[in-house]
Write a protein that binds this ligand. Structure first.
Ligand SMILES: NC(=O)c1ccc[n+]([C@@H]2O[C@H](COP(=O)([O-])OP(=O)(O)OC[C@H]3O[C@@H](n4cnc5c(N)ncnc54)[C@H](O)[C@@H]3O)[C@@H](O)[C@H]2O)c1
Length: 355
């Protein structure tokens, strides 16, 4: 006879698929721009299934109905939050709604997959982390880029010493739109780079400086962030909704090698340059001797996977095997702290804010 696995504090028996494997039943709240990707990826997994989708907007619900005619659809989030047939809730709504929806999901014994940025304040994030811990439930924050082949390779090149001692991370993430009304461009676009820096630099940031300007709807639409790390490592992020072209380029400089990641490039997303600078003080010579190294460039293979597919499988695995995701609530909180500091700096014309 099959044993009954209980997950979290919901203590619901899990469903089984035709192979006899446990299946996590997911309810998705929010079917706007990003929601359809979440539904498709959780629905396409062997060990998860989307059982219901909720959206306040009749238009969004109609789109969901067209794609999934047999799925339970509702405009009332409470139906999903209190359903005994749902093990996990994905919160794919605007940032200001994340806290309330995630809290209600946890209170009802559901695991939570929540969009970036996790919450609008660090205090909210701390409360959700504590609630999930108490109820033995998982929180995963959708820091999608961490699951891309490119970021995995970049992390490896830093961890295995290929780049050598790290100098800087410098990213440009600009395009025309999509203008958000509830958050500024930092909260919209910078979570990607902040989560990547958090993951690959793997050091506690010390301070943040942000400058920016708003031109159209009262929130900053262009901003420049600087994050200071120990050992002179510096991170810089340029985010902009008013760029005529889409640019997704990151430079990572190390003592031994330098890396360029162009995410728009289809084939050779990452290029590693054997370039660098050495300073020597020869005996008897008081002037610095500067020598430049300009060696080969190579483009390592980058796994072409849909990041969300890998991430959805990882969320399910973390629930079924009681693992703590590396992109958990605590990781989400680290990003929210940097975003809060960036706002504080922005509002004081670029004052340096210690973390
Ligand atoms: N990980 C990524 O790469 C990525 C990409 C895009 C967006 N996002 C995140 O996804 C979230 C949603 O962004 P979006 O661009 O899809 O926004 P959107 O405005 O296009 O869609 C949000 C949807 O949520 C619905 N909604 C809002 N409040 C609701 C409620 N209480 N109950 C039910 N439905 C509700 C709205 O009707 C809308 O259809 C944001 O947090 C955003 O930061 C993440």
């Amino acid at each position: 006879m099959a044993t009954t696995l209980m997950v979290g504090s919901s203590a619901n028996a899990l469903d089984r698929n035709e192979l006899g494997l446990d299946v996590i039943r997911v309810g998705v709240i929010g079917y706007g721009y990003w929601g359809p990707n979440i539904v498709r990826n959780f629905h396409g997994q062997e060990q998860s299934r989307v059982v219901a989708v909720c959206d306040k907007s009749p238009k969004s619900l109609q789109r969901a109905r067209n794609s999934y005619p047999h799925m339970q659809l509702t405009s009332d989030a409470n139906e999903l939050l209190t359903s005994p047939d749902i093990d996990a809730i994905a919160v794919v709504t605007p940032v200001w709604t994340h806290y309330d929806l995630a809290k209600a999901a946890l209170q009802n014994g559901k695991h939570v997959f929540v969009e970036k940025p996790f919450t609008t304040t660090a205090a909210q994030a701390e409360e959700l982390i504590e609630l999930a811990d108490r109820k033995n439930l998982k929180i995963m924050v959708d820091h999608t880029f961490l699951f891309t082949g490119a970021v995995k390779r970049i992390r490896d090149f830093i961890d295995d010493g290929t780049l050598g001692k790290l100098y800087y991370y410098d990213s440009t993430r600009v395009n025309l739109g999509l203008f958000q009304h509830d958050v500024n461009v930092i909260w919209d676009l910078a979570p990607h780079d902040l989560s990547i820096m958090d993951h690959v630099i793997n050091e506690k940031p010390e301070a943040v400086v942000a400058t920016g300007q708003s031109h159209l709807n009262g929130v900053a639409d262009i901003a420049f962030l600087t994050v200071y790390y120990p050992n002179n490592v510096i991170g810089h992020i340029n985010v902009n909704w008013l760029s005529p072209v889409k640019v997704r380029t990151t430079l990572i400089g190390g003592e031994k090698k330098m890396l360029v990641w162009n995410d728009i490039e289809v084939d050779e997303k990452i290029k590693i340059y054997d370039k660098g600078v050495e300073m020597k003080n020869s005996e008897g010579v008081y002037q610095l001797l500067v020598s430049y190294r300009s060696g080969d460039m190579w483009a390592p293979r980058v796994e072409q996977v849909e990041a969300l597919k890998v991430e959805a499988a990882y969320f399910v695995d973390c629930i079924l095997n009681n693992k703590t995701p590396f992109n958990d609530g605590v990781a989400g909180l680290r990003i929210v702290r940097m975003l809060e500091a960036a706002d504080a700096s922005l509002n004081q014309n670029g004052k340096i804010i210690a973390l």
